[in-house]
Design a protein around this ligand. Structure first.
Ligand SMILES: [Zn+2]
Length: 250
């Protein structure tokens, strides 16, 4: 029993940290955006960020528990209307334990161009086999039917762009789902820069793109980057000391 509650505590910590890392990297949209993590001992149940607060405000107490039917099972806080992205992707993909949805500004702007994502640099190389774009609606995913349609469009991919809305990523671990979301936003941003400068003329060589993509998507890298960003987050919360103090000359 004690082991079980320790496991739940650890999962909630990882979810909490995922929210902080996403905000640190500019993927917060005030109280919008959410992350979820499947419970290993109850695979038809998942932990999720509650509605009405920032991604960086999750705690052990406010994270909610939700079933694959979208119903809240536990927790004091309200559930996001877009819960269906999580429940339907987790239902369709038993290989996946973590789902993430954010509104990163470059990815949203990029989605309005109607162009395919290209391997302009390292970031884009991860997505060499393409990123599906969901365009059945540009509205929020507030029904089970829309959630099912998103899961269908995602297929076996780990990333999807919701046209004029945001991104969805998923992975066996929350650390990888975060990594994919960060890389997708960077890939969109880099391509937007190239598009704004007249359009990319040269891309990562075809023979390099797969290699480059796999270098940039390894499980040790997901953990190392996640932990690095958590150290940065922790550092940013510290009181300024020594030379960092505000100076007022009178
Ligand atoms: Zn949304």
């Amino acid at each position: 029993m004690e082991e079980m509650s320790q496991m739940y505590e650890d999962l909630k910590d990882r979810l909490t940290n995922a929210g902080r890392v996403l905000v640190l990297e500019g993927q917060g949209d005030y109280v919008a955006g959410h992350v979820s993590l499947r419970l290993p001992d109850r695979p038809d149940t998942f932990l999720m960020k509650p509605a009405g607060m920032g991604l960086d405000e999750m705690t052990q107490e406010n994270i909610i528990t939700v079933g694959l039917d979208g119903a809240k099972l536990d927790g004091p806080s309200p559930r996001h209307n877009e819960v269906w992205i999580h429940s339907e992707v987790l239902r369709a993909r038993p290989d996946i334990n973590a789902v993430l949805h954010t509104h990163p500004i470059h990815a949203v702007a990029f989605s309005s161009l109607g162009k395919p994502l290209l391997p302009v640099g390292n970031d884009g190389s991860i997505f060499f086999d393409g990123v599906p774009v969901f365009d059945e609606t540009t509205d929020l995913i507030t029904t089970r039917e829309r959630g099912e349609a998103v899961a269908r469009c995602l297929g076996q991919s780990r990333a999807l762009i919701l046209r004029n809305h945001g991104v969805v990523t998923c992975a066996p671990s929350i650390e990888e789902a975060v990594w994919i979301a960060l890389k997708l936003e960077r890939a969109c941003r880099v391509q937007m820069l190239a598009e704004a400068a007249g359009g990319p003329k040269l891309l990562v060589r075809e023979e390099d793109v797969k290699k480059k993509g796999s270098w940039s998507n390894r499980s040790d890298l997901h953990t190392n980057v996640f932990n690095y960003l958590m150290r940065r987050w922790t550092c940013a919360q510290c009181e300024p000391r020594g030379k960092g103090k505000v100076r007022i000359d009178s």
